[in-house]
Design a protein around this ligand. Structure first.
Ligand code: SAH
Length: 254
């Protein structure tokens, strides 16, 4: 099919067969699993996945691609959900989902947060994203890439940076480098926030002004006594705190 890539849908189609092969190897699909692909596009991942799976769910927003897919694939091999992945109810597909996708980069952070809402239904996730985003996802405390995304995702997920992918592996080539990442929900949370909203709010406030000290960013939430009780210096910045520290602060507040 002659399909003109649509910028508004973040369409950068993977074309590098060697890279595609290593992504499929990393996903390591087993036939009996429930797999859902976000943004199948013209099938760079869908087609090799269909060689390994009897059936695949795909979530695709672009109607032109959906009508192409309806002719391209055997009906019983693929269930097409023609909706915005941000609104899709992933939990409706089952309890042990494997989620994959070369994600539209313009909405990658909201998609990650949306999937977190369904994390109890997910076995693992493999995504292609901007390299810079993957670096933020896996970052350790006290590094420049460490921020709200790192803390919120690492709370729920173990993540592994797998493969760097250059712009030339796509058509059209994106402006930036990409990377493939594996995310596996923790079987048991290493640190449990007693109130998820309080935790999210502390992380949001602390990183709201990342150059300011915690004394400033958490003003109104945590006073000197609080910092002392937690044995956390108020002179630190958000980027110096581990996920465990954020959990301790939020549990102290409730
Ligand atoms: N997986 C293909 C295509 C990647 S491009 C490949 O690797 O070549 C990103 C894909 O996500 C496109 O098919 C685009 O139409 C789709 N997409 C963009 N925004 C979306 C959204 N909100 N929900 C679902 N799919 C979306």
């Amino acid at each position: 099919m002659k399909h003109l890539a649509k910028k508004r849908f973040g369409q950068n189609f993977l074309t590098d067969q060697a890279i595609i092969g290593s992504l499929i190897d990393a996903i390591n699909p087993k036939t009996e699993e429930i797999i859902v692909e976000i943004g199948p596009g013209l099938g760079a991942l869908t087609k090799p996945l269909l060689k390994k799976f009897k059936h695949l769910h795909v979530v695709e927003i672009d109607r032109d691609i959906v009508s192409w897919m309806q002719n391209e694939y055997a009906k019983n091999s693929i269930t097409i959900h023609n909706v915005d992945a941000l609104k899709f109810d992933f939990a409706s597909l089952g309890k042990q989902l494997r989620v994959v996708g070369n994600l539209p980069y313009n909405i990658s952070t909201p998609i990650l947060f949306h999937l977190l809402d369904n994390v109890s239904h997910i076995t693992d996730m493999h995504f292609m994203l901007q390299k810079e985003v993957v670096e933020r996802m896996v970052a350790s405390p006290s590094t420049a890439a460490y921020g709200r995304l790192s803390v919120m995702l690492q709370y729920h997920l173990a993540m592994e940076y797998l493969i760097t992918v250059p712009p030339e592996s796509f058509d059209p080539a994106p402006k930036v480098e990409s990377a493939f990442v594996r995310c596996v929900p923790h079987a048991t949370l290493p640190f449990v926030a007693n109130d998820a909203l309080v935790f999210a709010n502390v992380v949001l406030k602390a990183f709201g002004q990342r150059r300011k000290t915690l004394r400033n960013t958490l003003k109104g939430l945590l006073d000197d006594d609080g910092f002392a009780a937690l044995n956390i210096s108020s002179q630190l910045r958000a980027e110096n705190l581990s996920v465990a520290d954020f959990v301790r602060i939020s549990n102290y507040l409730i």
